[in-house]
Each structure stands twice: as structure tokens, then as C-alpha cells.
Design a protein around this ligand. Structure first.
Ligand code: HEC
Ligand code: HEC
Length: 291
């Protein structure tokens, strides 16, 4: 903070302590001990008694304590305090302590390939804690996801299931680009393609409409979702031939996705989690879908 503001804080803090002390001393003696002050409210009178001694000394002691505290810890504007304590310093110290404690464990896990680590219970418990802290708010505490947030336990991998692909997902994040088709397809077009997607996923569909939709699909959608609709991990285009949906599988939900497009976004964690932790999370995520 600027030195003027620092001065303001110092004067304000010390000034109020001085005022408290003066107020306390001024009220120590009373003019008519044992008498009433003459004030009366609803028949209740006020005696002109001095402050109780325990209260007086307690208050005084707390002022002395405050002074000591302000000298030892940072509190007076820019004055750093004699102890040199800072919250950032404390955090760094605690992190260093944790690294020292957990470092060898991380090093040990790092040497184990992800596929194998996914079967080591102690590593998975660590992964579960990392998941609860960093991932559960979006993917759910059991990794089962919700609307727009993929279920990580269902064995379907939008962005690929290899160790490298999942590592890339966790480190760099992913941004899905499913274009909006409302400007390209009219209401009938949307209806027909929706019907074809219903058919692809093995549900009852109106054959005539689905057939018309298939032509559109081959032109507009196959580039990303594949001619067979089985998707393409490189683009994050999901497999449309099973009945697992990120945005719901009803006709209304599918046609809404088609009209408006979707841009699901998985944040990258390389700036928050080091490679050792990503490695453990990779194993944990793998274990989720193999149960
Ligand atoms: C540029 C590539 C691309 C094109 C072209 C494309 N899609 Fe997609 N599609 C995606 C991606 C990527 C996603 C995943 C969106 C997300 O995760 O937010 C997706 C998601 C979907 C979904 C939602 C799946 C679910 O699980 O909820 C449906 C349905 C879908 N696309 C159908 C189509 C149809 C039909 C067309 C053609 C009219 C089409 N897509 C064209 C890339 C594409
Ligand atoms: C802010 C919400 C959010 C957080 C936090 C988050 N994710 Fe995601 N994650 C998503 C979304 C949304 C997608 C899907 C992106 C898309 O539509 O393609 C996703 C996709 C994924 C995928 C790809 C799934 C597939 O089918 O290929 C994996 C794996 C994953 N997340 C794991 C994690 C892990 C592990 C963490 C914690 C380190 C995490 N996520 C934290 C939102 C989140």
C-alpha cells in the first residue's frame, strides 16, 4: 500500500487504542459511588458505580496485548512486524513440508506406468482425494458426470482413452466444437437429421425421415462424427451409435443440440497440478471406467 495510506492505517489503529485507554481511565472513578445517576427508564434506575475491577484490568490487558501483537506481527500499515511472518511465507513453508513428506511417494508412483498404477489401491486413494478437490465439482464425486459434464465411468471416451490422450485432456484441457446448424438446416432438415441420429443410436425412428436425414448427415456431419457415426477422438466428436449422451438423448434434446451447437470445455490443469499429480489422476480416471 502507498506510504500515505500506510500512515493513515497506523494513525487510525494506534489512535483508537489511545482513545480506548483514555476512555477507560476517564470512567474509572465515579463522582457519586453508591448513588443513582438520576437516570430512570420505566422505573429502572442506574447506579453510578465504577467499572468492575476484573473488567477494567481485562480491557487494559487486551490493549497491552494488542500493542505487543502489532509489534510482533504485520498489522500496522507497511510495518512488517519483528517476527517477519507473512501468510505467503507460511503457505510456502507448508507446501515445502508437504513436498518433503509426499515427494518420495510421488516419485515412487511416477515410476509405475498408468495402466498398472490404476490397480494400486494406495495410489487410487490419493487419486480420489485429488479428484474430489479438483474435478468433482464438474464430474461429480463418483465421476458419473451430469448434463454437459461427461460420465467418466461409462467406458466411452470422447477424446480418446489411451494414456497419452487422457494425459493431454488433463494437462491442456479440451474445447469441443459442435457447430450450430439452425442457419444451415431448416426445421424439416433438423427433424430429419434428429430422426437419423435416433436410428443410429438404435432407437425407433420414422424410417422415411431418417433416410432423408442420412443424406444430410453424410454431407454435414460425417466429417467429424464419421460416416458410421462412431465419432472421432481427435475432434472430440462423440460416438452417436450408442445410447449414452452428454446432452440428453430425447428428440427434443438432440434437435436442440443440432440447432444451437455445443462448446463443451474441459479446463487444462497443467498450471495447477504438476506431472506427478496428473499421472496419479490419469490412473484414477482409468480405474473409474474399468470397474
Ligand atoms: C466440426 C465437427 C462437427 C460437426 C461437423 C458436427 N459435429 Fe456433432 N459434435 C461435435 C463435437 C466436438 C461434439 C461434442 C460437443 C461437446 O462436447 O460439447 C458434438 C456433439 C454432437 C451431439 C451431442 C452428443 C451427446 O452425447 O449429447 C450430437 C447429437 C451431434 N453432435 C450430432 C451432429 C450432427 C447430426 C451433425 C450434422 C448436422 C453434427 N453433429 C456435426 C463435432 C461436430
Ligand atoms: C469446470 C468443469 C470441469 C472441471 C473442474 C473438470 N472437468 Fe473434466 N471435463 C469437463 C467438461 C465440460 C468436459 C467435456 C468437454 C467436451 O464437451 O468435450 C470434460 C472432459 C473430461 C475428460 C474427457 C472425457 C472423454 O470422454 O474423453 C476427462 C478424462 C476429464 N474431463 C477428466 C477430468 C479430471 C481428472 C478433472 C480434475 C483434474 C476434471 N476433468 C476437471 C469439465 C470439467
Amino acid at each position: 500500500m502507498s506510504s500515505a495510506f500506510s500512515l493513515f492505517v497506523i494513525i487510525g489503529t494506534l489512535g483508537s487504542l489511545v482513545v480506548f485507554t483514555l476512555l477507560l481511565l476517564m470512567n474509572r472513578k465515579v463522582s457519586n459511588p453508591g448513588q443513582t445517576t438520576g437516570h430512570e427508564y420505566d422505573g429502572i434506575e442506574e447506579y453510578d458505580n465504577p467499572l468492575p475491577a476484573w473488567w477494567f484490568w481485562g480491557f487494559l490487558l487486551s490493549i497491552v496485548f494488542a500493542l505487543g501483537y502489532l509489534i510482533y506481527y504485520p498489522g500496522l500499515g507497511n510495518f512488517k512486524g519483528l517476527s517477519g511472518w507473512t501468510s505467503a511465507g507460511q503457505l510456502a513453508q507448508q507446501q515445502a513440508d508437504a513436498d518433503e513428506r509426499f515427494g518420495p511417494i510421488f516419485a515412487q508412483y511416477r515410476a509405475i506406468p498408468v495402466e498398472e498404477l490404476a490397480t494400486v489401491p494406495a495410489a487410487l486413494r490419493m487419486g480420489q482425494r485429488l479428484f474430489a478437490t479438483n474435478c468433482a465439482q464438474c464430474h461429480g464425486s463418483a465421476g458419473t458426470g451430469s448434463y454437459g459434464f461427461p460420465n467418466l465411468t461409462d467406458g466411452e471416451w470422447q477424446w480418446g482413452k489411451s494414456v497419452e490422450q487422457v494425459q493431454a485432456t488433463l494437462q491442456n484441457g479440451r474445447v469441443a466444437v459442435m457447430p450450430a446448424w439452425a442457419g444451415v438446416l431448416d426445421a424439416y432438415g433438423i427433424r430429419d437429421v434428429t430422426e437419423y441420429v435416433m436410428q443410429l443410436s438404435g432407437r425407433d425412428a420414422i424410417a422415411e425421415q431418417a433416410l432423408a436425414g442420412q443424406t444430410q448427415f453424410n454431407q454435414l456431419c460425417a466429417a467429424c462424427h464419421g460416416a458410421d457415426g462412431k465419432g472421432q477422438p481427435m475432434l472430440g466428436a462423440p460416438d452417436l451409435t450408442n445410447d449414452r449422451w452428454l446432452y440428453g438423448g430425447s428428440r427434443e434434446q438432440i434437435s436442440d443440440v443440432l440447432r444451437n451447437g455445443r462448446n463443451g470445455r474441459m479446463p487444462g490443469f497443467s498450471d495447477r497440478l504438476d506431472e506427478d499429480r496428473i499421472h496419479i489422476l490419469n490412473a484414477y480416471v482409468r480405474s473409474l471406467s474399468s470397474q
